[in-house]
Design a protein around this ligand. Structure first.
Ligand SMILES: [Zn+2]
Length: 275
């Protein structure tokens, strides 16, 4: 019950939080634009959609020779299925980086099924309660073969328990949603779990030569890098060991009372995460 109340509060606050909604800056050709979303081309078979409702919430359309995946659906984008089908002719599978209203909002309703990380199941009634399609589950380390393009699923709990990153080894990049916060990480797990996530993703990025991860709110080149994630890991260890204490988070954002800051990012959390 407590969780449900917190999540409802989250939903309300999502709309009101004093985030800077700076002007969207994304390079690349515009392939679709309307009052809900604009899609820019990243490369020949990859596009990013920026929803207009919540800090340019990002959707990524990844096309192989047989099929495509849409990573996240934004907030409330009407006829999203038709929009993405106007960009790619391949059949599209919807997958989510995590279950939050700016990634799995009502836009998901135009899709018959969605793949999520099962660890976010507790958020489904709150943020996907209206969804009438089939909810399916991603597996850690599974490979989604799109035909001549393989995407690896990597669980990256941090922002939520079920946060997930998608890696395109061949392209040298990935897609991490809000797993590392895009400058402001709202920590939804404990620090030990997040530290393990940083370890896993940095090792994959190193081994597979992944240059960066496209975030859940992409604008102005704000991709996540291994060096920034390593930095977050070091800071998290300091918090866990008690060497660094969280300061009061004056905004009490989403009920998260404490904050620590690194270069170019903040982590906000509750005392219960320090374990
Ligand atoms: Zn989120």
């Amino acid at each position: 019950m407590k969780k449900i109340i917190l999540s409802c509060l989250l939903l309300v606050l999502f709309k009101n939080i004093a985030f800077s909604q700076d002007q969207l800056k994304v390079e690349g050709k515009v392939v679709f634009s309307n009052e809900d979303v604009v899609f820019h081309q990243i490369d020949e078979h990859t596009w990013v959609g920026s929803g207009h409702e919540m800090w340019h919430e990002s959707l990524y359309l990844i096309e192989g020779s047989d099929k495509a995946i849409l990573i996240d659906a934004g907030t409330n984008i009407k006829d999203l299925d038709k929009i993405v089908s106007s960009i790619t002719s391949k059949p599209i599978i919807l997958v989510a980086t995590h279950v939050h209203p700016d990634h799995t909002g009502p836009s998901i309703n135009s899709f018959p099924q969605i793949y999520i990380n099962a660890a976010d199941t507790e958020l489904v009634p709150v943020f996907m309660g209206e969804y009438r399609g089939v909810v399916k589950y991603l597996k850690d380390k599974e490979i989604i073969d799109l035909g001549n393009r393989k995407i690896e699923v990597v669980y990256t709990p941090g922002h939520t328990k079920g946060s997930t990153t998608f890696i395109d080894k061949k392209a040298g990049y990935g897609f991490c949603g809000d797993s590392f916060g895009t400058g402001l990480l709202l920590l939804g797990v404990d620090f030990s779990t997040f530290i393990a996530t940083c370890e896993i993703i940095c090792s994959i990025m190193e081994k597979q030569k992944i240059k960066y991860l496209y975030p859940g709110h992409f604008s102005d080149g704000n991709m996540e890098t291994a060096s920034k994630i390593k930095d977050m890991q070091v800071l998290s260890k300091e918090v866990l060991s008690g060497n660094i204490k969280g300061k009061d988070n004056p905004d009490n954002t989403f009920g998260l009372k404490l904050a620590v800051e690194g270069t170019g990012y903040r982590i906000i959390f509750n005392e219960s995460a320090v374990k």
